[in-house]
Design a protein around this ligand. Structure first.
Ligand SMILES: NC(=O)c1ccc[n+]([C@@H]2O[C@H](COP(=O)([O-])OP(=O)(O)OC[C@H]3O[C@@H](n4cnc5c(N)ncnc54)[C@H](O)[C@@H]3O)[C@@H](O)[C@H]2O)c1
Length: 542
């Protein structure tokens, strides 16, 4: 249900929104590049972003949240969080480091070992989750405003889709809290054998900046429902929404120390959390390189188990019998949603040779219609990229695409003069060995590749170090069945994309990660299984 709502709301917003062309904010002129590779209409460089809209919220929570209190960093240091629309400072937040991690882990340890959380009735825990979900729902607009301000994502997306998904997810895990239990096992011999499903202990969680509060809920939901306590580190780019939610935790009745939130940087706050001997489990979402570093820190310290949700280069496969208009719209959504900053972005658009030309024309036209601008403005589909580092990385990949001989159909440049806006970019004639077809660009850059038949596309789609997700567009059930089983990825969306729901497991094959988040599968990440064996005296049965 929620999944359908997610997709249909987004598709509606994508298809119904007014766009820059119709509002006369851009001038379109037909030009050929001097390299002869820019083959289409382009946004004019005269396009400009208007004065930023002032967000209707005050930033009130900027301190670390440890043991139920907002506190300064032990060092007293702060760092700025920036508005991606302008690069200007929104607020200065506490910069946590190893000492703050120690304080937070000690609080979480105490709340686990001595405190009420794992000892509390599961039903009581679930009621706290429900209250927290209700409070987040009540504060939906303030949270969405902070999220948009900090990330640059469209406000309508944050307010109508992401924060409601956070609420749905917490309610989903509230439902799980009192349904976690072990088994009775008929072993050989006169024994009563049972398993206890126990919380692991203190969970360290590290989240990225692309979906700050949604990733927060994916992490804390299963950990807390299973009775663990948590120290969570937010991404340095986006600390604000989690701190806002921290001030709701007490009102929801969460005991102190159960959830601690630290803002700070990877090497100085994230790494000490990963190495901490009193942290029993880690969960991370972010880049594959950082995932490797985290796994190694876990191995070098206390061998804590690690769940990893990493990068992707997801194939989006359009077969010759696909409904082309739907496929074009969904392929556009699959790549450009959230400024292209999605781990599962459909970033390799494979199109059957018989429908390639039609698809390409329509994909280009759709990209040209995309509304790019202030994320607080109603109807905006695309805001700025998160920061200058990501902006530069994406522009380098665009240059690499051009240099390696792909055809730049549209976009390829910055939009406006400040902030981190990039014109929706489409490349055709992309070959498998080009960097833009291999690396995670994490930006609004669609790469379109041509394929011959199903065997060809299976081989090429699987020829990636990643294996997070795939989209398959066909009207033939046999083709769909062949592809869904052959693709080595954690999620296959058939004739849809980015259909998320609290109940659907999500995670990667290969270098896209370990373990699954959401759904029943996510609970396994946060439970130990203990076997208890007791001899039976004169049992009536075994
Ligand atoms: N899979 C995803 O959802 C996702 C999300 C964000 C970024 N990315 C990818 O990562 C690329 C780089 O973005 P990034 O630099 O923000 O990602 P990153 O992996 O460096 O950062 C993600 C999180 O890890 C933390 N971190 C960084 N180094 C750490 C360390 N040594 N120990 C512990 N924690 C550490 C960061 O502080 C942040 O909270 C992007 O271009 C994109 O390709 C993927």
């Amino acid at each position: 249900m929620a999944a359908r709502v997610f997709t249909s709301r987004l598709s509606r917003s994508l298809t119904s929104s007014s766009h820059l062309l119709s509002r006369g904010l851009i001038i379109v002129d037909k030009q050929k590049s001097h390299l002869g590779r820019i083959a289409a209409y382009q946004y004019s460089t005269a396009a400009a972003i208007e004065e930023p809209i002032k967000p209707a919220v005050n930033v009130e929570h900027t301190k670390l949240f440890i043991n139920g209190q907002f506190v300064d960093a032990a060092s007293g240091k702060t760092f700025p969080t920036l508005d991606p629309r302008t690069g200007e400072v929104i607020a200065h937040v506490a910069e946590g480091d190893a000492e703050d991690i120690n304080r937070a882990v000690a609080a979480a340890r105490k709340a686990f070992d001595e405190g009420p959380w794992p000892k509390m009735n599961a039903y009581e825990r679930s009621k706290i989750f429900v209250r927290l979900a209700d409070l987040i729902e009540k504060h939906n607009d303030q949270i969405a405003t902070l999220e948009t301000w900090d990330t640059g994502k469209p406000y309508e997306q944050a307010a109508k889709i992401e924060v409601p998904m956070v609420v749905r997810l917490l309610r989903y895990y509230a439902g799980w809290a009192d349904k976690i239990h072990g088994m009775t096992i008929p072993a050989d011999g006169p024994y009563h054998v049972q398993t206890l499903h126990e919380p692991i202990g203190v969970a360290g969680q590290i989240i990225p900046w692309n979906f700050p509060l949604l990733m927060f809920s994916w992490k804390i939901g299963p950990a807390l429902a299973c009775g663990n306590t948590v120290v969570l580190k937010t991404a340095e780019q986006t600390p604000l929404s989690a701190f806002y939610v921290a001030h709701l935790l007490q009102e929801a009745g969460l005991p102190e120390g159960v959830l601690n939130i630290i803002s700070g940087f990877g090497p100085t706050a994230g790494a000490p959390l990963c190495s901490h001997m009193d942290v029993d489990k880690l969960a991370f979402t972010g880049s594959t390189d950082t995932g490797k570093a985290i796994l190694s820190l876990a191995a070098k310290s206390n061998l804590k188990p690690v769940t990893l949700e990493l990068g992707g280069k997801s194939p989006f496969i359009v077969c010759e019998d696909a409904d082309i208009d739907t496929a074009v719209e969904q392929a556009h959504f699959a790549l450009f949603f959230n400024q292209g900053q999605c781990c599962c972005a459909g970033s390799r658009t494979f199109v059957h040779e018989k429908v390639y030309d039609e698809f390409l024309e329509k994909a280009k036209a759709r990209a040209l219609k995309r509304t790019v601008g202030d994320p607080f403005k109603s109807g905006t589909e695309q805001g700025p990229q998160i920061d200058s580092k990501q902006f530069d990385k994406i522009m380098n990949y665009i240059r690499s695409g051009i240099d390696s001989g792909a055809t730049l159909e549209t976009g390829g440049e910055r939009l406006g003069e400040r902030g981190y806006y990039i014109k929706p970019t489409v490349f055709s004639n992309v070959k498998d060995d080009m960097l833009i077809a291999q690396d995670e660009i994490f930006g609004p850059v669609q790469s379109i590749l041509k394929f011959k038949d199903v065997d060809d596309v299976i081989r090429r789609a699987n020829n990636s170090r990643y294996g997070l997700a795939a989209g398959v567009f066909t009207q033939n059930i046999d083709t769909a069945n062949t592809l869904t089983r052959a693709l080595r990825v954690g999620t296959v969306w058939v004739n849809c994309f980015d259909t998320f729901d609290a109940t659907i497991p999500f995670g990667g094959y290969k270098m896209s990660g370990h373990g699954r988040e959401k759904g029943e599968y996510s609970l396994k990440n946060y439970l130990q299984v203990k076997a208890v064996v007791t001899p039976l005296k004169n049992p009536a049965w075994l």
